[in-house]
Design a protein around this ligand. Structure first.
Ligand code: MEV
Length: 419
C-alpha cells in the first residue's frame, strides 16, 4: 500500500460545507442558491469558503490531469477525457455537513440528489455506518484429491501463510492493516478456494490483495495437494458494506403534510415494485448508482469494482433485489428509507496519487477514512434513489430531467427549480 505521492500532491483544501448550501449565498441581497450562481461565481464562492487562492482550486477542478500524467497512468494514451465536476449540497451525514464532489455527464443527477438530501435534512439528515475495510482475495486450487485433508493442512500452516502474506505488503501492516485469516471453501469436483481475508484500512486494496494472494498461492497449492489456479481479489466485498438511512417528514415531501403523505405512499409503492420485479429492481438500482458512481468517479476510485460488487450483492440472497427500500411510517408522519451495499473505496493510493482533481475531491469533504467516504457515497445513492422515485411516482421523470437536459444543450434556458 502507498500513501500520497508528494511529488504530485495538489494543495489540500478544506471547506466550511454549510456555506455552500442551497439558499445560503449570503451577502446583503436576498440569498441566491448555489445552483443559480454563474460558473465563475460558484468557483469564487467555493474558493472563498475553502479559504484558498482561487487559482489553486480552479487548477485542480479543470480536469485534474494533463496529457503527460495520462501517459503515465495508462497505455497508448493520446489525451484526457473530461467530465463535469459538480457539488452535491445539503448532505448532513451523522451530523457532519458535506459538500459532495460528483463527476457525471448526466444532467439532473446532482440537482436531484441535492434536493433529496435537503428533504432528508428536514428529518435530521442521514444516519450512516460502514464496516471495517475487510476484503477477500481468492486462491483457487484445482485437482485436489482430498479437499478436507488439503484444507486442514493449509489451516495447520495458516499463521506462517498469513505472516508471509503480510511480509509481501509491509506498508499495509505498518498502518494497522494486513492479512487476518484464511477461510476454506469447497466448491466441489476437487476445487478448493482459500479466501485470504485482509484489512485494507484506507486503501481500496486491490493491489495489496493480489500481491498477497500471489505471494502465498504456490505454498497453499502445495499444502492442499492440488494445482494452483487463479489468485485475485473478489469484488463481492460483502464484509466491507456501507449503509445509510433517512426519514423525511411528510411535509418535506410536498407543500402540505397531506400531499406529502400521498407522495410517501407513492414512493413506498415504487419501492415495492422494485422488490417484486427484477426488471424494475435493476433500474431502481441504476438510479442509486447514479449518485454512488458520481462520488466514486470524482474521488478517483474504481467504479467498475463498485458496480460489480453492488449488483452481485443485490443478487446475493438468491434473487436480484433493490439495494434501497422505502416505507411509510404513518405513526411518525414520515417516509423512511435505507440502503446497504458493498463499498470498496480508498482515500490513499490508486488514482489519488496522480489525479489532482480526485485528491481535491477527497480534501473538499475533509474525509478522514475510507469508511467515511463509503458512508458519503451510499448516502448520495439513497438521495438519488429518493429523487428518482419521487419524480417517477408523481410528475414522471421527464419533466425535470428534460428541462435540465435542454439546459445542457442551451445554456440560456431557464434552470428548473426542482427535480
Ligand atoms: C435515470 O438515470 C435513473 C432512473 O431510471 C432511476 C429509476 O428509474 O429509479 C430515473
Amino acid at each position: 500500500m502507498t500513501t500520497n505521492d508528494k511529488a504530485h500532491s495538489p494543495p489540500r483544501v478544506r471547506t466550511r460545507a454549510a456555506e455552500l448550501c442551497d439558499g445560503q449565498d449570503g451577502g446583503d441581497q436576498a440569498p441566491r442558491s448555489f445552483r443559480d450562481l454563474s460558473l465563475d461565481e460558484r468557483r469564487a464562492k467555493l474558493a472563498e469558503s475553502l479559504g484558498i487562492d482561487k487559482t489553486a482550486i480552479l487548477r485542480t477542478l479543470e480536469g485534474g490531469i494533463d496529457g503527460q500524467m495520462a501517459n503515465q497512468m495508462v497505455e497508448n494514451a493520446v489525451g484526457v477525457m473530461g467530465l463535469p465536476f459538480g457539488l452535491g449540497l445539503n448532505f448532513v451525514i451523522n451530523h457532519k455537513h458535506y459538500v459532495v464532489p460528483m463527476a457525471i455527464e448526466e444532467p439532473s443527477v446532482i440537482a436531484a440528489a441535492s434536493s433529496a438530501a435537503k428533504r432528508i435534512l428536514a428529518g435530521g439528515g442521514f444516519e450512516a455506518s460502514a464496516d471495517d475495510s475487510i476484503m477477500v482475495a481468492q486462491i483457487e486450487i484445482t485437482e485436489v484429491a482430498d479437499v478436507a485433508k488439503g484444507s486442514a493442512r493449509v489451516a495447520a500452516e495458516s499463521s506462517t501463510l498469513l505472516a508471509n502474506a503480510n511480509a509481501a505488503c509491509a506498508g499495509l501492516v505498518e498502518v494497522g492493516g494486513g492479512a487476518k485469516e484464511l477461510v476454506a471453501r469447497d466448491l466441489g469436483e476437487g476445487r478448493l478456494v482459500m479466501h485470504l481475508v485482509v484489512d485494507c484500512r484506507d486503501a481500496m486494496g486491490a493491489n495489496s490483495l493480489n500481491t498477497m494472494a500471489e505471494a502465498i498461492g504456490p505454498r497453499v497449492a502445495e499444502l492442499a495437494g492440488g494445482k494452483l489456479g487463479l489468485r485475485i481479489l473478489s469484488n463481492l466485498c460483502d464484509r466491507r458494506c456501507a449503509r445509510s438511512k433517512g426519514r423525511i417528514p411528510f411535509k418535506a415531501l410536498a407543500s402540505t403534510a397531506e400531499e406529502g403523505r400521498l407522495v410517501a405512499e407513492g414512493i413506498e409503492s415504487a419501492s415495492r415494485f422494485a422488490e417484486a420485479d427484477i426488471y424494475r429492481a435493476v433500474t431502481h438500482n441504476k438510479g442509486i448508482m447514479n449518485g454512488v458512481d458520481a462520488v466514486v468517479l470524482a474521488t478517483g476510485n474504481d467504479w467498475r469494482a463498485v458496480e460489480a460488487g453492488a449488483h452481485a450483492y443485490a443478487a446475493s440472497k438468491g434473487r436480484y433485489a433493490p439495494l434501497a427500500t422505502w416505507r411509510v411510517d404513518q405513526a411518525d408522519g414520515s417516509l423512511r428509507g435505507s440502503v446497504e451495499m458493498p463499498m470498496a473505496l480508498g482515500i490513499v493510493g490508486g488514482a489519488l496519487r496522480a489525479h489532482r482533481g480526485a485528491r481535491a475531491a477527497v480534501d473538499l469533504m475533509d474525509i478522514k477514512t475510507s469508511a467515511e467516504l463509503a458512508m458519503v457515497a451510499v448516502s448520495v445513492g439513497l438521495a438519488s434513489n429518493l429523487a428518482a422515485l419521487r419524480a417517477l411516482s408523481t410528475e414522471g421523470i421527464q419533466r425535470g430531467h428534460m428541462a435540465l437536459h435542454r439546459r445542457a444543450h442551451d445554456p440560456s434556458a431557464a434552470t428548473p427549480t426542482r427535480t
